[in-house]
Design a protein around this ligand. Structure first.
Ligand SMILES: *[C@@H]1O[C@H](CO)[C@@H](O)[C@H](O)[C@H]1NC(C)=O
Ligand SMILES: *[C@@H]1O[C@H](CO)[C@@H](O)[C@H](O)[C@H]1NC(C)=O
Length: 260
């Protein structure tokens, strides 16, 4: 604000000076008239800028009032640092104090958020919440698959809780809860297609399509499912046109979102 005021004053003085000179007839040069016109335009632009900033300040003032009201409504929470009252004072100091108290409030809410986050982290790391997660790629038999053949992702890179079995491609959790699964299929058989299913105890829960490409194509998807402890989850072929080659990048993964 201070800088803009200064700039405006500067241009204003130049303007008056130039106009005085122009009026007194000391300048009759066309260039100077153009300069004055340009300066007037700039002054107009700066006025516009100041107006926009004032509008922004008023908007922020409104936000501060709202925040204050929210703080008052929750008396049990810690109170933000003592802020300068909005009412009273000249226009200039009022605006400055509003900005200060706004940034104070901002700082305060950030600090509070950090405190809340660290509290959450410490509580989750100390509590014994079950951990189950797996990720496997490299299908053992990746060519000419038959209908209902299981896709055996043999390379388990992650297997927290040891619920994924890489020799059969089945995931059998020992905890009931909501799980998130992802199946990604990369098919490199130009002109061919492959449909796969995610099954739980033999029931189809999600279907995926991969194919219809001139070269490789990607398919698969995510599923969020409730799984009972002891249930088997795996990926199998739904329909196949015979000659399909599934690339090693294809993967099957999942994790426990929350236990029952
Ligand atoms: C599930 O299996 C894991 C890993 O073997 C084990 O640590 C955990 O205690 C089991 N949980 C239940 C509820 O059986
Ligand atoms: C098709 O994909 C394979 C496997 O990524 C690649 O080796 C081959 O160069 C690709 N062919 C064409 C024509 O893009």
């Amino acid at each position: 604000m201070g800088v803009y005021t200064f700039v405006i004053l500067f241009f204003f003085i130049i303007c008056i000076k130039s106009e005085e000179q122009l009026n007194s007839g000391s300048i009759s040069n066309g260039h100077c008239v153009d300069d004055i016109r340009a300066l007037r335009q700039e002054l107009g632009a700066l006025r516009e800028k100041v107006f926009l900033q004032e509008t922004e300040i008023l908007r922020q003032k409104g936000e501060i009032t709202q925040l204050r009201q929210e703080v008052v409504r929750k008396p049990k929470q810690s109170v933000p640092p003592q802020s300068v009252p909005i009412q009273g004072g000249s226009q200039q100091t009022d605006q400055t104090s509003s900005i200060e108290s706004f940034s104070q409030l901002h700082k305060w809410s950030n600090t509070k958020r950090l405190l809340m986050n660290s509290a959450n982290i410490s509580s989750s790391s100390t509590s014994a919440s079950p951990k189950i997660a797996f990720y496997a790629n490299r299908i053992k038999e990746n060519h000419n698959l038959a209908v209902h053949q299981a896709l055996i992702f043999s390379n388990d890179l992650t297997n927290v809780g040891n619920c994924y079995h890489h020799s059969t491609g089945t995931f059998i959790p020992n905890i009931s809860g909501v799980y998130v699964f992802d199946v990604t299929i990369l098919l490199c058989s130009p002109g061919h297609e492959l449909r796969t299913d995610l099954v739980v105890e033999g029931n189809v829960m999600a279907g995926h399509y991969t194919g219809d490409s001139t070269n490789c194509s990607n398919g698969g998807g995510m599923a969020v499912l409730h799984i009972n402890a002891g249930d088997s989850v795996w990926v199998r072929v739904q329909t196949s046109d015979g000659t399909n080659g599934i690339a090693w990048e294809s993967s099957f993964s999942g994790f426990l979102l929350y236990a029952d």
